[in-house]
Design a protein around this ligand. Sequence first.
Ligand code: ADP
Ligand code: MG
Length: 359
Amino acid sequence: MLPIHLDGLSKTYGERPDAAPTVSVDITVRAGEFFTLLGPSGCGKSTLLRMIAGFVSPTDGAIRFGDKDVTRMPAHKRGIGMVFQNYALFPHLSVADNVAYGLKLRRIAGADRRRRVDKALERVGLDGYGERRIDQLSGGQQQRVALARAIVIEPEVLLLDEPLSNLDAKLREETRMQIREVQKAAATTAIYVTHDQAEAMAMSDRIAVLADGRAHQVDTPRRIYNEPATAFVARFIGRSNVVPGVVREVAGATATVRVGDADLIVRRQADAVVGTGQQVEVSLRPEVLRVVGEAEAALHGVVASKEFLGAIAMLEVEIAGATVAVSTPDVDVETGARIGLVVDPRAGWLIPESTIEAA
Ligand code: ADP
Ligand code: MG
């Protein structure tokens, strides 16, 4: 298994050399990792993946698989397996012939080829399907054929571009874990592209959150959720209230921040530079705000809307002109009611990149 280095890798579409790049990153994907490029539509995820595959040539930077510089290597020599959103199968060929395609190109024939095709089909849970025609399979099964076709060549690098987008919600969730299991069993380094944050969180060892042509954060799902580097990440992952405040005091990995007329103790990145009196942004997840009696409350607001979601209800609460989302198991609150809220101590997060002062 190989690490993948994207060294100052950037792409600028169009003629103008001074235009801002569409996307530009510095990322190392570790050997054997399931790594996800996550971001809104148009942020350059497919562009990055196609550069790694060799279908799009970089404007700048380099791509290395381990020690091997592949920046200018043709796609078919890079040892990659690729899975696309639309499957890109050959409809007139059998399942086995589709899976065997990459082996044929590599002149692997006879018993060896058959054995490897059977093994790949077994890996994706399609043993016995070899003689079927593609149009006899469901969308989910076709996607698994595409996965088998990608891993059958035992690629160093497995690239997947929104492979679940054409499946319905339930099947998408079932297929997530299967893709992960296949990737781990195939012992390859995988880069997965999605715009679906829940999918990225569920599947990935680490995630790069992309927006405005750059990586806002490269981290584990847990850290991306709990310690977002930017307001964009806080809002894009799950749901978060990003509220402005002023720093009152800093102490190691916590800070006291004045938000509205409340002093909140929040977590912070201990090595981020932040000073007393500085304007910052604080991320408050809906679940760290609790509805309490007026007497106990640190914040007061009016319930603007309520959505019952089963285990919890989601409230939109208006506090001093701002609207914050609050999740609560207490569904006994009605729209228009005045309520009090407290914030769990050290549950909020001081967004580190909000603290960087303009140079
Ligand atoms: P994503 O996969 O994140 O949705 P893409 O990588 O497909 O984003 O596209 C990123 C941006 O680059 C978009 O604004 C898109 O319109 C533009 N783009 C993509 N491919 C080309 C191309 N071949 N020529 C010019 N612009 C392109
Ligand atoms: Mg795309």
